[in-house]
Ligand binder design. Structure first.
Ligand code: NAP
Length: 251
């Protein structure tokens, strides 16, 4: 697949792993759609820096936990020059660290709406545009899961971990549904990566605290996850679908 006229949508791309992915895909020639939810300043700053280095991109606000907003997001993409070939379901959130017995239904539902329903609806819209079943040219989807799907994140956020487990199962199931329709679906499962998500969980220094437990003895950088995503969306991974790639420094 050539990147000429190819559009790549990265959800939650204003910062962290999404921003690193958007930057790398733009460098590789994709027209990148930088989706964000609330932090317009970061998304616009990223778009400006991509533009300054010759990349092409567009910033699109949409809360992926809201079905109508996802539908609108894809309608905006339909108007762009080029064809949607790549979806990176990166947007995700976690809440303050606590034990399961202290969690409210409101919190759990918010985590699941963003981390599970959002990617499901984004995949639905992407498949309708990419699948040869609907006359599309094919494409690739990468879900940003987490090592939490394996560990369960006890005493921190079991709801978040379970949402990533659901994403892994969706990755496998959807990959089989669309394998004969020109679409490959895979997931990356990062471990402890230096981004602001840990501050949202109430512990900005979490990666540093846990670093000595990581076999590689350090947290990962968002760019190290972006490299794997870049490989998965490209033809370099042409025989890979339904796979979950662990990027956790050995954890
Ligand atoms: P981050 O720095 O907190 O960035 C998350 C981004 O997602 C933010 O830019 C946020 O946008 C966006 N977002 C959240 N809810 C959204 C929604 N409903 N609609 C659209 N965008 C939304 O986190 P990150 O660490 O880069 O995480 C990216 C992905 O990697 C997540 O799926 C996360 O679960 C996963 N992950 C991270 C780690 C890690 O250690 N960092 C490990 C494993 C997996 P706004 O700021 O505009 O609201």
């Amino acid at each position: 697949m050539t990147t000429t006229n190819a559009i790549a949508l990265v959800t939650g791309a204003g910062r962290g792993i999404g921003a690193a992915t958007a930057r790398l895909l733009a460098k590789e020639g994709y027209f990148v759609c930088i989706n964000y939810r609330s932090d317009a300043a970061s998304a616009r700053a990223l778009a400006m820096s991509i533009g300054e280095t010759g990349g092409k991109c567009q910033v699109i606000q949409a809360d992926v936990s809201q079905e109508a907003e996802v539908v609108r997001l894809f309608q905006v993409i339909d108007q762009l020059p080029g064809t949607l070939r790549v979806l990176v379901n990166n947007a995700g959130l976690l809440k303050t660290q606590m034990r399961l017995e202290d969690m409210t239904a409101e919190r759990i539902n918010q985590v699941l709406a963003t981390n599970v329903t959002g990617p499901f609806i984004c995949c639905r819209e992407a498949v309708k545009r990419m699948s040869t079943r609907y006359g599309g040219p094919g494409g690739t989807i990468v879900n940003v899961s987490s090592a939490a799907a394996r560990t369960g994140s006890p005493n921190e956020y079991v709801d978040y971990a379970a949402s990533k487990g659901a994403l892994d199962t969706m990755t496998r199931g959807l990959s089989l549904e669309v394998a004969a329709e020109g679409i490959r679906v895979n997931a990356v499962r990062p471990g402890l990566i230096h981004t602001d998500i840990h501050a949202d969980g109430g512990e900005p220094g979490r990666v540093a605290r846990l670093s000595e437990l990581i076999p590689l003895q350090r947290g990962g950088q968002p760019e190290e996850i972006a490299e794997a995503i870049s490989w998965l969306v490209s033809d370099r991974s042409s025989y890979c679908t339904g796979s979950l790639i662990d990027l956790a420094g050995g954890l």
